[in-house]
Write a protein that binds this ligand. Sequence first.
Ligand code: UD1
Ligand code: CA
Length: 422
Amino acid sequence: MELKTIILAAGKGTRMKSETPKVLHKIMDKTLLGYVLDNVNEIADESFVIVGHQAEQVEEYVKKGYKKAKTILQTPQLGTGHAVSMVCPYLEEYTGQILILCGDTPLIREKTLKEFVEYHQKTESDITVMSTIFDNPTNYGRIIRENDNSIKCIVEEKDATVEQKSIKEVNAGIYCINWAKIKHVFTQLKPNNAQGEYYLTDIIEWGKSQGLKVNGYILDDNTEIYGINSRQNLAEATRMMNKRKLTELMENGVTIVDPSNTWISEDTEIGKDTIIYPSTYLEGKNKIGSNCKIGPFAHFRGDVEVADNVKIGNYVEVKKSKISSNTNAGHLSYIGDSEVGSHVNIGAGTITANFNPITNVKSKTTIKDNVKIGSNSVIVAPVCLDEGANIGAGSVITKDIKSWSLALTRSPLKIIENWIKH
Ligand code: UD1
Ligand code: CA
């Protein structure tokens, strides 16, 4: 099935009180918009991100990281229906389906979107709208159903009667539509409502009046559509996403010693029988093998790949590095832009100095198999420690070191006896 997506992200996000556009705020080092774009990457062949407030920043972000996505400017922002209508000039000939979702709901799962789209296809619907149930449905659009239980329309909180407000089934803000049939509605939407906006939700009633097939899909887990409007929401979404991730990891054979004090990004994969000790913070995209010991107090900053039987101990920070099996970095180290072999021992306090603050250049460190690095050493990149090299404690290494040789930059130990007279 041909599928494109529209992601609504033009809104202001006033309550974030931020110079950063709302959808570029981050959860575990990935933006809210990034979650949504990653989730549709596999199912859709193209995505349109509707931008408005602080558009340049969002445009730049999308351009840099997402080849299949395009941004479209919406100014002024006249409502969700108006936002979707912005793609019309780009899709005049398009005859496939369109998945519409919001850029500020990062908790929606890829699996849910797949099921939703499949349902839309299987039922041969023209419009499928996702709904869910909230005990407290305040602020959401309510789903109004006919006597035969089919969906009649969606009424926004601000337009709802007292009776309608008591309805607990709400519009999740996610739709799948048959573009060729629905695109005509966008010239017909009217802002006749309490907010004076062009409501996307009006396509339901319009579709029905045109004799189109309108269907609903009820989402069981209402936390998936949790939207971010404030810093409190951001913290809460981070907590929810983390809880979900830790549960999934534990179900797959990873020990999390203290789930209340461990943070692991959605994009971190961890193998069986690995133990994650408390206060560990793994952000960005990482891959950790089996039988590893990570933490306590370990920090991964993304693009980290760790093979099996690796130990990354307390106060060790790792960024953009690959570490092979049976290697240890037990204490107080920084490993960045590095490739580390297997059976390597990285002594306490070892630092890979990867950044030159004068040239602003980051360089790579290569540490081959069986290298042993003494404590408190600085390995200044670009540099290669060849197989089996041995670095004496306290050294500053600025040149490549040959296989199986010993390198040390330490000044010789001097002992002056009877220095202090008793
Ligand atoms: C919308 C739905 C509501 C649903 C809720 C789910 C409408 C009219 N209402 O309400 O039924 O329960 O989402 O979260 O659609 N946006 C634009 N351009 C605009 C206006 C909005 O891009 O001109 C974007 C916003 O940035 C946001 C999304 O659309 O990402 C939703 O807009 P918002 O104003 O938050 O709609 P709600 O009032 O939440
Ligand atoms: Ca909203």
